[in-house]
Design a protein around this ligand. Structure first.
Ligand SMILES: C[S@@+](CC[C@H](N)C(=O)[O-])C[C@H]1O[C@@H](n2cnc3c(N)ncnc32)[C@H](O)[C@@H]1O
Length: 245
């Protein structure tokens, strides 16, 4: 992760967590869409070793631990992890929290993880193929990597203006996306559906699920809500299983 994104998350953490108010009883995948309660991509986690990549405040890892999993969360932001530690203490749940880049998994043995999960962290990572290779090493054969990230079609949209819908970038433009959020600079990376699919296949995964969820119709909107969510998928969710090397 470039230093600026780690530093950006350190600066942004308090405001993000105050606004997001994420659940700790069920894993979430992104703003204004269903949760694991609807999508059911992870299976029964009781007794499983679950690795969360870019865990942030560890809300999903806490949910995994509550379901009987041994949860391990890794994140590059010390502030996000400090929030995670306080939340684990408050919820009286044990999660192993690691400070580091989500592609540096040398601390884990090969074939030792039952489920790898990531919500909205991979969009900050330029070299996802390296992540896929690292995660492949630590997963057991047949075990899933489940992740969500900004849908690459949404990267095209100017969501400051929702009427009319404006396309601001080419789908084929792979240059970094620099933007400001609450006065803090972040950089996202554009990964097309074929980049993700081919990267996973080359790293010896079998992709078995791709979801492009429409926004949920009920409940209060998140802090991220835009009218553009009604027209263009905001989130892409992928499940891929490790094949034998
Ligand atoms: C949008 S937040 C999502 C956090 C959490 N998954 C959630 O849903 O709230 C993105 C997180 O990814 C982390 N992150 C981004 N790139 C990373 C990297 N290369 N290595 C580790 N963590 C990273 C950030 O520090 C931040 O906590």
């Amino acid at each position: 992760m470039p230093t600026d994104n780690a530093a950006a998350w350190d600066r942004h953490s308090a405001a993000y967590q105050a606004g997001a108010q994420l659940p700790t009883d069920v894993a979430h995948y992104g703003p204004d869409i269903g949760t694991e309660a609807e999508f059911r991509l992870l299976g029964d986690l009781k007794g499983k070793r679950v690795l969360e990549l870019g865990c942030g405040g560890a809300q999903c890892s806490i949910a995994f631990a509550k379901q009987g999993a041994t949860a391990i969360g890794i994140d590059a932001s010390a502030e996000q992890l400090a929030f995670a530690k306080r939340l684990c203490d408050r919820e009286e749940v044990r999660v192993e929290l690691r400070h580091g880049d989500l592609a540096d998994l040398a601390f884990l043995r090969a074939d030792s993880i039952d489920v790898a999960f990531s919500a909205y962290a991979f969009g900050f990572v330029e070299d996802l193929n390296r992540v896929f290779r690292q995660v492949h090493r630590v997963l057991k054969v047949g075990a899933p990597l489940v992740f969500s990230l900004p849908h690459p079609a949404y990267d095209m949209i100017d969501d400051d203006a929702d009427q009319p819908l404006l396309v601001r970038r080419s789908y084929f433009d792979h240059s970094p996306i620099d933007y400001e959020w609450n006065g803090i600079q972040f950089t996202d990376y554009h990964h097309t559906v074929s980049d993700l699919y081919m990267g996973l296949v080359r790293a010896s995964y079998r992709v078995d699920t791709i979801l492009e969820p429409a926004p949920t119709h009920t409940g209060p909107r998140s802090q991220h809500w835009r009218e553009t969510f009604r027209y263009v998928p905001r989130t892409l969710i992928v499940r891929a299983r490790k094949e034998g090397s």
